[in-house]
Design a protein around this ligand. Sequence first.
Ligand SMILES: NC(=O)c1ccc[n+]([C@@H]2O[C@H](COP(=O)([O-])OP(=O)(O)OC[C@H]3O[C@@H](n4cnc5c(N)ncnc54)[C@H](O)[C@@H]3O)[C@@H](O)[C@H]2O)c1
Ligand SMILES: [Zn+2]
Ligand SMILES: [Zn+2]
Length: 337
Amino acid sequence: MKAIHIAEPLSVKAIETQVPAPKKNEALIKVKSAGICGSDISAFRGMNPLVSYPRTIGHEIAGEVISIPPNAQGIQPGDKVIVDPYLYCGKCYPCSLNRTNCCEHLQVLGVHVDGGMSEYFCHPADMLVKAPDGMPWDIMCMAEPLTIALHGLHRTRLQKGEHIAIIGAGAIGLLAALSALHYEAVPIVIDIVQERLEKARMMGVEHVINSAAEDVVQAISRMTGGRKAEVVLEASGANAAVRATLDIVSHAGRIGLTGWPKQETRLPTDIITKKELDIVGCRTSVGEFEEAIELIDSGKVDVRKLLTKTVNGKEAAAVIEDIERNPDQYLKVNVLL
Ligand SMILES: NC(=O)c1ccc[n+]([C@@H]2O[C@H](COP(=O)([O-])OP(=O)(O)OC[C@H]3O[C@@H](n4cnc5c(N)ncnc54)[C@H](O)[C@@H]3O)[C@@H](O)[C@H]2O)c1
Ligand SMILES: [Zn+2]
Ligand SMILES: [Zn+2]
């Protein structure tokens, strides 16, 4: 079978390799679609210290079950499934709270262990989520990034009618904005790249701010009648953006940190005390796959609006190289295998 493989940083290829044999608890899946994520590009660049090489990438995986042991969800061969890609230990403190997404020993596909951007893939049967038969393959793998966005909204307890300032109009930020619209909240999308903001507008986001061109605190104050945003979701990973969350959030507001900054951010904690803020980390997702599948399948969150293009397995390596060179030209690319 073919697998999209990074031998070492800056070397990506579709290699020929053996179809894997499932272990006792695992299903064998014929992979149909796999999303290329920022973290796959980071692995290609050699920028993620957690990635060891050689590595098959891919953690946004949808496919058809070829074989599966008896399982609690009743998934059968022939079913369409989405892979829940966050492998947890089940023994540590966060796992004991069912917060398996922040397991002390979390292993993410394509980072710590081989991912699923390959024609076949084996995965624990109890970490598959069934998708409806009619769901199109090309967008099915976007359930995973949608769960990340939903997790940010759930962690910040976003309510109908509230403003949510979302910093970063990449795949995660825009999925959060679409989900916020579905929740009948008011997204305000902030980025430094104007095309990304135009994209947000085309998706139905009324309020956008180019923080490279405009005073973001003034703009937020204007858009919220002086209150500022009840919820802020940081989805850029930029240190300056993490710092700005404290200025654009309302008093008694909530901040969710989804972005992964590469360096430490200095924060004036007196603002946290003065405004009495709730600041939460938002790591991967837990229990959000069913909702993501329903939102995509029903069209309530139209993830196709983010899809730059789909490519086949042969084209995947070349497109990964091009995304690395021209990141602003791509929002989401899915590989059909
Ligand atoms: N917590 C998690 O589990 C998790 C999961 C996936 C991604 N992430 C992180 O979330 C972030 C977003 O992921 P993505 O795939 O959407 O990335 P992306 O690169 O597609 O999008 C990031 C966006 O942020 C914008 N940006 C950069 N600097 C900015 C600044 N100073 N102010 C405002 N906007 C700025 C960029 O122009 C871009 O549009 C990344 O940091 C990624 O590592 C976290
Ligand atoms: Zn991803
Ligand atoms: Zn654990």
